[in-house]
Write a new protein. Structure first.
Length: 134
């Protein structure tokens, strides 16, 4: 149950920050630099958010340092991100999942997918980064 709660909170933390950054990106950065550059600039910031969120939540919620438990936390969060990422355009813009995926820039979209893998794995990675977890 702790893993489920941690996964949901990890998703909410990262999604909340990503939502705010997405608004800033769309309104301020895209008009000046274009979509691809704006999305690529956002990815390293999100990576830092992943590290902070994973360290903070695993410590605060006392998630055991066992890799499978922490990968479960990341997997739950990843599932929620993917469902949200695909459902919002369908519900808000009326486009199909196929149309939405097809509209993504191939370069920034690939980097986004790679970053999602890091997002899912980060709770397990921070075990190695934080010596107080051992």
């Amino acid at each position: 149950m702790r893993t489920l709660k941690a996964g949901i909170l990890y998703f909410l933390f990262v999604f909340g920050v990503g939502f705010v950054l997405g608004i800033i990106r769309t309104l301020l950065v895209v008009p000046r630099l274009g979509t691809r550059t704006a999305e690529l600039l956002e990815q390293p910031v999100m990576l830092v958010v992943f590290v902070i969120a994973a360290k903070l939540l695993t410590k605060r919620l006392a998630v055991p340092p066992a890799p499978l438990i922490r990968l479960g936390m990341g997997g739950i969060a990843l599932f929620l991100v993917v469902v949200t990422e695909l459902a919002l355009p369908v519900l808000l813009m009326g486009v199909s999942v196929r149309e939405y995926i097809g509209s993504r820039d191939p370069v920034s979209g690939a980097v986004f997918c790679a970053n999602l893998c890091l997002f899912a794995a980060m709770p397990a990675f921070v075990t190695r980064l934080n010596t107080t977890d051992r």
